[in-house]
Design a protein around this ligand. Structure first.
Ligand code: NOJ
Length: 763
């Protein structure tokens, strides 16, 4: 229970929060009319009705993860009538949702509409690639368009709210949920976060074809020890502020209507109970006044963390920390009445939480027309239409990353006489795996398989041979013989190997991030035939591909591309689309290098020398004995069917003054034979600081399209705010001194020039 000083703090905080309502918002509207209506409703509510507005339940009670209630029932009717539910998530069907909404608005005392939410993580029925793959496009417009399709389709079925974007930075390929974010970099991650918010929410949250975003999982959920989901996170405030927090902030600045707290503890305090993170940083520093929802039972789980002494106490802590809505914990509904009556939880806190929930419903337009989202007709016509499928196909091919293409084996000619498609993921029967993790509205049967698309793309005079070789996980090699025989009959072999959908996503951490089951052995057997070989690798995370890199000439990483997988694959494989994806995350040589990331810090004992060298020179250095330090494929890496030549970097000035700007330019020429896109990347390094700085930090990029022989000049303007970093007194500023500026094709291959920020005294 609260002691007196805590109570004093709480009341102060409530006063501050109430006064903060007039501060320009992120998230919710502050149109005076809307607020007045919220206040009016709030003034009429009983405590029980208020707590009902804070209680969120799932449509299927068996799982914390992706499940759908496919069996619309009357199970919620009575609870809705009693005003005990604010909304339901992961149910769907316009007719069903309409019926439930009708009960809420017609059969409850105040007629407050329900909110319907869902985990629409990368598409609804038109499934896009997993978000990590989308980030590999470095194409913010395409990412925004993909989120818009997801929003439109969800809204057409009556959905109001998605639990996305997930913006957790992760440097750990073992963590299954790395699939759901934009990778390892705060700059790229922030731009992607904002693009996805814009895509879901559009210009007007109350429009019937936009849905509210929920940025998650605040905060630092992507850094669990050992890469094990839900595990402890412990990190410095500097790392948190400079690397992990920026994407949440960017999503909020883009207007995200809501935010979800994470399961993890951070530095000893479960985030769901962290007044520092939720009130001081999020509300006060960042000005967020949208709605805060817990993750699934993350309030009541504070008891298991050893932070709350029982369930009621967890509810009290969650409320005090500022979590407005309790997802699946039921502690607000069931335990807070007694705590409010005893005075341990002030009514002002409950009121503010209810205010935030009602305001979000108001902003969605639900008080004006609770049925504005979705109808049976819209469900039939506004889902999987040609435009939406084209958007997810475009997103899928833009996500693919060409890792190797020796002898330019790709693109294949459509007239290749015999192509063998080999591997478990080549099969029609496994095509549902391409929907990836978190795609429970996507129908496996609606995915275009690789096999079907090859048949569609190849002329009748060519032949497609197909062999499974092995299944996704088992240790059986029974199919190897047939696979090898099939390979021998072909002119070219295309293998499709990798993870199934459930091998990444929530609760899907892996300690071995190689190809699962017998797939590597199958590859070795087929490779031994000596046939020209293309490998398409499938995953929602970086894979360990060292054997492939050493032995296979052509590797295209396709991730899990979604509904239009086959079409996107044939677009790229047959050269109708020239791949331009760049990795948003480093691919390690060995899992033991994890966490591995490009923006690491120097040490006093860096090792950047010759790896064949022996002796003491090499021993007392920051390195491994058995593998070199760098990744197999670095952040920002990806090839094209054409080549780009970079000219020298030109700076308009070698020095900039504090608060000034500097422009860096480079000419880029397409020296190959086909048109292609290149992501030109700008990195900086601050050589000496009052705190050490990373060896590189991405500060800009531009995706350009060049015809063969065409050149263009790419310019980046850099301001000192781009060079600012966090200081212990919680201020951000750049320090004078020497910097390196890199421009190049990936984080490893880039030219460097030097510049300075002048000392204040020299200005
Ligand atoms: C738990 C997951 O962590 C979260 O991302 C998801 O939105 C909720 N479950 C609801 O399914």
């Amino acid at each position: 229970m609260l002691n007196l000083s805590q109570k004093g703090w709480l009341l102060g905080t409530v006063a501050l929060l109430l006064s903060a309502c007039s501060v320009p918002p992120s998230g919710s509207s502050t149109s005076p009319q809307a607020d007045a209506r919220v206040e009016e409703i709030l003034s009429q509510m009983t405590l029980e009705e208020k707590l009902g507005q804070l209680n969120l339940v799932v449509g299927d009670l068996f799982n914390t993860g992706p499940t759908v209630n496919t069996n619309p029932s009357d199970r919620f009717d009575e609870q809705i009538r009693q005003g005990q539910i604010t909304g339901i998530f992961n149910i769907h069907g316009a007719e069903y949702l309409h019926r439930l909404q009708k009960i809420a608005v017609e059969e409850t005392r105040l007629g407050i509409p329900l909110i319907f939410g869902a985990d629409v993580i990368h598409g609804f029925r038109s499934v896009s690639p997993v978000p990590l793959a989308e980030a590999a496009s470095w194409d913010l417009k395409a990412i925004e368009a993909s989120a818009r399709v997801a929003g439109e389709e969800s809204a057409a079925t009556g959905m109001h709210w998605t639990f996305a974007p997930m913006v957790d930075i992760s440097r750990d390929a073992r963590w299954g949920r790395i699939a759901e974010g934009a990778g390892e970099d705060p700059y790229l991650g922030s731009l992607v976060a904002a693009a996805r918010v814009r895509g879901f929410q559009g210009e007007d949250l109350s429009a019937p074809n936009t849905i509210a975003a929920c940025v998650k999982h605040f905060a630092a959920y992507g850094a669990p020890h050992g890469g094990r989901d839900y595990n402890t996170v412990d990190m410095s405030e500097r790392l948190l502020r400079e690397v992990f927090l920026p994407p949440y902030r960017a999503a909020i600045d883009a207007g995200a209507a809501s935010l979800m707290t994470s399961f993890n503890e951070l530095n000893g305090v479960p985030v769901t109970g962290s007044t520092w993170l939720l009130r001081d940083v999020l509300r006060e520093e960042w000005g967020f006044n949208g709605m805060i929802v817990s993750d699934w039972q993350s309030i009541t789980e504070m008891e298991y963390h050893g932070f709350a002494k029982d369930r009621a106490h967890s509810g009290q802590i969650g409320m005090e920390a500022g979590v407005d809505m309790d997802m699946m914990g039921a502690t607000y509904l069931e335990d807070l009445p007694a705590l409010v009556k005893s005075g341990d939880v002030p009514m002002e806190l409950i009121d503010q939480a209810v205010r935030n929930v009602l305001q979000m419903k108001m902003d969605l337009g639900l008080f004006d027309d609770p049925f504005r989202y979705g109808s049976v007709d819209r469900e039939a016509s506004e889902i999987r239409n040609a435009q939406q499928l084209e958007a997810v196909r475009d997103m899928a091919r833009k996500s693919m990353v060409l890792l190797k293409n020796e002898k330019n084996l790709l693109p294949l000619s459509k007239d290749t006489r015999k192509i063998a498609l080999i591997g478990p993921l080549a099969l029609e029967s496994n095509k549902g795996e391409f929907n990836g993790c978190w795609s429970f509205f996507g129908q496996p049967g609606e995915v275009v398989s690789v096999e079907a698309a090859f048949r569609e793309a190849m002329p009748a005079s060519s032949k497609l041979l197909v062999a499974e070789g092995c299944d996704l996980y088992s240790d059986s090699q029974a199919g190897f013989k047939q696979a090898v025989k099939t390979a021998k009959q072909a002119d070219v072999v295309v293998m499709v190997l990798g993870e199934s959908a459930v091998m990444n996503g929530e609760g899907a951490s892996r300690a071995d991030i190689g190809l699962p089951g017998e797939q590597l052995a199958l590859l070795k057997a087929v490779h031994a035939t000596g046939k020209p070989l293309v490998v398409l690798t499938v995953s929602g995370r970086p894979l360990e591909l060292s054997w492939l890199d050493e032995n296979v000439g052509t590797i295209l990483h396709i991730w899990t591309p979604g509904s239009e997988t086959g079409h996107a694959v044939t677009d790229v494989v047959f050269g109708d689309y020239n791949p331009a994806g760049k990795l948003p995350v480093s691919f390690p040589r060995l899992v033991g290098q994890v966490p591995i990331y490009y923006n690491y810090k120097a040490t006093g004992r860096m090792y950047e020398g010759d790896y064949s060298e022996h002796g003491s020179e090499r021993v007392y250095r920051s390195r491994y004995r058995d593998v070199e330090n760098g990744p197999l494929y670095p952040f920002g890496y990806g090839l094209s069917y054409t080549e780009f030549e970079y000219g020298e970097i030109r700076l308009d000035e070698p020095e900039m003054s504090m608060n000034g700007t500097l422009t860096a330019s480079v000419s880029v020429t397409n020296t190959g034979k086909v048109a292609g896109e290149e992501v030109v990347q700008l990195y900086i390094r601050d050589l000496v600081g009052t705190a050490t700085r990373p060896v590189k930090e991405l500060k800009g990029f531009q995706k350009i399209l060049l015809e063969p022989g065409e050149s263009t000049t790419v310019s980046f303007e850099i301001g000192t705010e781009d060079l600012a970093f966090w200081h212990d007194d919680n201020t951000w500023y750049a320090e004078p001194g020497e910097f390196h500026l890199f421009i190049g094709t990936n984080s490893d291959e880039a030219q460097m020039v030097k510049f300075r920020i002048k000392d204040a005294s020299a200005i």
